[in-house]
Design a protein around this ligand. Structure first.
Ligand SMILES: *Cc1c(COP(=O)(O)O)cnc(C)c1O
Length: 299
């Protein structure tokens, strides 16, 4: 991610006269899509603070962990990943995300699921400082004020003609940036990748406008849950448009957008921009899990 300081040119792909895709996944294989956007100003801030270590949190297949590992390496930082699940420590070799992150020099600490829940508590962070020394802390999923600032750069002046901007939602940082960069005639639709209704409050913390809505019908049972219908949609989509989708975020969002189009949710003349936030590094890890369950794989 030596591109960290450069401005990027991500050119929208037109699917038909209503629907376009902003292919943010093309930014980088590992520091991809919104994770690039969310890290940009955090990396600059860590440099300004003269920190030499980045520390962050994530699950075993996390796009954010892979992105921090790669961006940290490219920018000369030591990186530490606090990983959810002690049992994961035995599975690094078989886990594409963690093997990759380790190959970038990331050091792991595996913690139990109950300890992991304390990750925002001062005492937990203090213990990490005692163990690892000074670091620049990036929260789970990478969302903070500087991440939102980076995500505000996803939309450009060329996107002004779109009526709807659609994106997947995890922690809400990306959609907050899109909302802040949007114009008042635009509506931002977020498609949560997980169950629960806590997200709106998180978004309100960062978002400056209220031209947004969460569409909660397309999480497919919860975070990282998938079924054969979703796999088949992702594979057909790739065959038809030569654009790969990831199973955790962009696949579910795009499934939702297509379903809403079918159901007549959008009016005939409206123009829709979907944000492809990346996440493709997660496909090999998901395929390993699908293989074990004897399910069809993602192409
Ligand atoms: C992390 C991630 C998201 C979620 O972004 P938030 O800012 O946490 O809402 C969406 N898409 C992809 C591909 C991601 O990796």
């Amino acid at each position: 991610m030596d591109k960290v300081l450069k401005s990027l040119d991500v050119i929208n792909v037109e699917i038909d006269n209503r629907l376009s895709i902003k292919p943010e996944y093309k930014i980088d294989t590992f520091v991809s899509g919104n994770k690039y956007r969310k890290l940009k100003y955090n990396i600059l801030e860590a440099k300004n603070q003269n920190k030499s270590t980045l520390l962050t949190f994530g699950g075993a297949f996390s796009n954010h962990i892979a992105a921090v590992a790669a961006a940290g390496k490219a920018n000369g930082f030591k990186t530490i990943g606090i990983i959810r699940g002690e049992e994961v420590s035995a599975k690094i070799a078989n886990n594409p995300t963690l093997s990759f992150s380790q190959s970038c020099g990331m050091q792991f600490k595996f913690v139990s699921r109950s300890d992991y829940r304390n990750k925002t508590k001062t005492s937990f962070i203090e213990n990490l400082k005692n163990e690892f020394g000074e670091f620049y802390l990036i929260p789970e999923g990478g969302t903070n004020q500087l991440a939102v600032k980076g995500c505000e750069e996803i939309l450009t002046d060329d996107d002004i003609n779109f009526d709807y901007i659609c994106c997947p939602v995890g922690t809400g940082g990306t959609i907050s940036g899109l909302i802040n960069a949007s114009k008042s005639h635009q509506k931002i639709l977020g498609f949560p990748a997980l169950k629960g209704d806590f997200l709106s409050d998180d978004i309100r913390k960062f978002a400056k406008h209220d031209n947004w809505e969460l569409i909660r019908d397309y999480h497919f049972g919860g975070y990282a849950k998938i079924n054969t219908q979703l796999i088949s949609f992702i594979n057909t989509f790739k065959k038809t448009y030569q654009i790969p989708l990831d199973p955790i975020y962009t696949g579910k969002m795009m499934f939702g957008v297509f379903d809403l189009i079918d159901k007549g949710y959008f009016n005939e003349n409206s123009k829709i921009l979907t944000i492809h936030t990346g996440g493709l590094q997660g496909i090999p890890g998901m395929n390993k899990r699908l293989e074990k369950k004897n399910m069809p794989l993602i192409d």
